[in-house]
Design a protein around this ligand. Structure first.
Ligand code: NAD
Length: 253
């Protein structure tokens, strides 16, 4: 039996970057809990769409490049024309660039900050306005990182963006709690996705990382499902501005 407050039946969840990796895992988790999904990603979306429709849920496929603010109006109008409302936003789309700080380029700085931080804020603003206008007690879940807490190495724009995401999560939570809107974040640990493929391919770095994870394994997209359903549901109505680590114990070391 599932506690009723975790049930997302009738809710509409927008998930950015849901065609692969963690976003796909979370979109499926939200659909398993009853939500219909709006997927906002670079194409293709076919596999996640099939997976969600096989659960009996609807999937709206919105293809958008989130490296600029340009698609936000279209994303909002398409989503609202189809479903009439958005209840949940998961800001998951994100990129990483690796290079020594001494060599790091302006392009690698701007590209990462634009997707991971600037668009995350302005999409949250658009969805937040819709929550307030329609008096929806909405939920926003931002995807942070271990590098919201730690410095990392060779990823200056990524660390900056993810540290900012944790701060922004608290600011939005503070401003919007009075409307019954919850803004929280999930900080995934080291998860086996495209984002970490270079790290996992490097035998030395991979062994160092695994050695530090008390759970003794890389995380998987499925590991985020419980956390995202909790933060998307009424079960978390009194949780505001918190970043929940799902990291196999990495931060506890
Ligand atoms: P991934 O590379 O598999 O997925 C990234 C997603 O972002 C994809 O769906 C992609 O379509 C989308 N995306 C990237 N640029 C985009 C753009 N310009 N426009 C639209 N969509 C875009 O990696 P992932 O590991 O699943 O990453 C998902 C999120 O989790 C990211 O924010 C990442 O920083 C974060 N994260 C990942 C890990 C990890 O260990 N894998 C750890 C902490 C945080």
């Amino acid at each position: 039996m599932t506690l009723k407050s975790f049930d997302l039946t009738g809710k509409v969840a927008m998930v950015t970057g849901c065609n692969t990796g963690l976003g796909r895992g979370m979109a499926v988790g939200l659909a398993q809990a009853g939500a219909d999904i709006i997927g906002v990603s670079l194409p293709p979306h076919d596999e996640v769409k099939q997976e969600i429709e096989a659960l009996g849920r609807r999937f709206l496929d919105i293809r958008a490049d989130l490296s600029s603010l340009e698609p936000i109006d279209r994303i909002m109008s398409t989503a609202l024309a189809e479903y009439g409302r958005i209840d949940i936003l998961v800001n998951n789309a994100g990129i990483i660039r690796r290079e020594d700080a001494l060599q790091f380029s302006e392009k690698d700085w701007d590209d990462v900050i634009n997707v991971n931080l600037k668009t995350l804020f302005f999409l949250s603003q658009a969805v937040g306005r819709q929550f307030v206008e329609k008096e929806i007690k909405g939920k926003i879940i931002n995807i942070a990182s271990m590098l919201s807490y730690q410095g990392g190495i060779r990823v200056p724009s990524y660390t900056s963006s993810k540290s900012a995401v944790m701060g922004l999560t608290k600011l939005l939570a503070n401003e919007w709690a009075k409307y019954g809107i919850n803004v929280n974040a999930i900080a995934p640990g080291y998860m086996a996705t495209d984002n970490t493929a270079p790290l996992r391919a490097d035998k030395v770095r991979s062994a160092e990382i695994l050695d530090r994870i008390p759970a003794g394994r890389w995380g998987t997209p499925e590991d985020l499902r419980g956390a995202v359903v909790f933060l998307a549901s009424a079960a978390s109505d009194y949780v505001n501005g918190f970043t929940l680590a799902v990291d196999g114990g990495w931060l506890a070391r």
